[in-house]
Design a protein around this ligand. Sequence first.
Ligand SMILES: [Cu+2]
Length: 193
Amino acid sequence: MKKFLVIMGLIIPVLFSLRQVALAGTIQGQVTATNPKYVNEVIIYIRKAEGSFSSKIKDSAMDQKNMKFTPKVLPILVGSTVTFQNGDSVKHNVFSPHGGGYDLGSWGKGETKTHTFTKPGVYAQLCNIHPEMEAHILVLQNPYFAQASKDGSFKIAGVPPGEYELKAWHYKLKVKPQSVKVEGGPVTVNFDL
Ligand SMILES: [Cu+2]
């Protein structure tokens, strides 16, 4: 009997997670904007989802090249580490006034520095040598996010069933969130900025 319970204890969570995967849905849609150049800078994400996502943490990179942060917008899952690299022959600095603030210092070509983002939020990335340089790292609570492509389409796959608040974020615009119900299969949500 005890052995049976132990086996069931192992099997049930596996079956449950398989069921979740089988029922997972896709949120897809189209972003349109008065200024079309904003479209590709929009991140669509679920504000809050249940569960622990530490296994989905992925490291990312941001370059400083041709006097610009590249990419200009970077969405990451909370807990991820970003490697900052300098691809220019001049020195650059990286600092942010957000999340308590940090300053990684200034360094030259070929060197890198890292920063781990432990709290969700928007972190402006600035260079104190070149005030015109600016990028944004959006640190998210869960891995269900996507960046709109140049044509405005986006797709968030593998979303567990549930009701969520879906947000479209752009560093210059305020966009009204929408509620979305995922039941397995695709759901379409469009945003007009
Ligand atoms: Cu700089």
